[in-house]
Design a protein around this ligand. Sequence first.
Ligand SMILES: Nc1ncnc2c1ncn2[C@@H]1O[C@H](COP(=O)(O)OP(=O)(O)O)[C@@H](O)[C@H]1O
Ligand SMILES: [Mg+2]
Length: 307
Amino acid sequence: MTEQLLSIHELTKSIGSIMPVKGISFELKRGGCTALLGPNGAGKTTTLRMLAGLIPPTRGEIRYGSGDGHTDSWRHRIGYLPQYPKFYSWMSGMEYLSFSAKLSGLSGKEALRRSREVIEMVGLQQAAKRRISGYSGGMKQRLGIAQALVHEPELIMLDEPVSALDPIGRREVMDLLDRLRGEVTVLFSTHVLHDAEEICDDMILMVDGEIAEKGALSELRTKYRQPVLSIDVEPGEREVAWLDSLANRPYVQEIELGKRGAKLMVTDMGVARAALIQELADAEIQLLRFEAGTSTLEDMFMKVVGS
Ligand SMILES: Nc1ncnc2c1ncn2[C@@H]1O[C@H](COP(=O)(O)OP(=O)(O)O)[C@@H](O)[C@H]1O
Ligand SMILES: [Mg+2]
């Protein structure tokens, strides 16, 4: 069994009359990469700030390791990159890192040694002596990740590390995260499912302060792979009435009706296809498109997030 690095139970945050995080529970495996996925306003930043010990939870429990270590004693084992990091842009990358390292308690010598190590890890050694003000977005974000790594934490938490980047910067940071996998436990937030799927093993989907779904991505992909039939028809009266009637077929689990078409989640593709083709012919429906496929995690994500 993989060792658990962090488990949270019924974590809740109230701010005045609003409740950005409503009693969420999950675990992180040591060495894993987990995406905290969710649309804007889902409560991702609030959750990460509680885990990083920056704001106190209103209710609930955060447990690090297998013991009952509290956040405070664990601060030095966590690296955190905020969603909108601020840099002293007049400093060089190297100065900024050794400054951060000393802030987290390393001695001058140790700070310098670790700064050199992490600046190389994130591929900024060529730019180490340049001022941060001249860095690209991707470089700044990599420097931010270096800062989160400088005191050799067991867990790094990155809040939307690629959301503000152009495609090149995004690529740089995603490649870096992929390299860090396995060396350190990673929890990063994103509003893009594709980011989660690209580098993570697990995901936690948050919507409106609650966990809508969580688990291993490979298992979730299987769970949401369902046969789907898409049908488009000519916009005739008979056609529209026929589409409307489809909901009550025994093999239709779920239906999404559009203006001139329907998307059917079906229990058995073979049965559904045969029955519907027969109906189409019998009722002389003017068919435009008839397509058999499968639903994806993306469909689930859009449904949960879009509503
Ligand atoms: N300090 C605060 N004061 C008022 N509202 C807040 C505060 N922090 C968060 N919120 C609200 O809580 C919700 C969740 O915010 P946040 O955790 O930043 O979500 P996310 O990072 O997923 O976009 C949002 O509606 C946000 O406006
Ligand atoms: Mg946020």
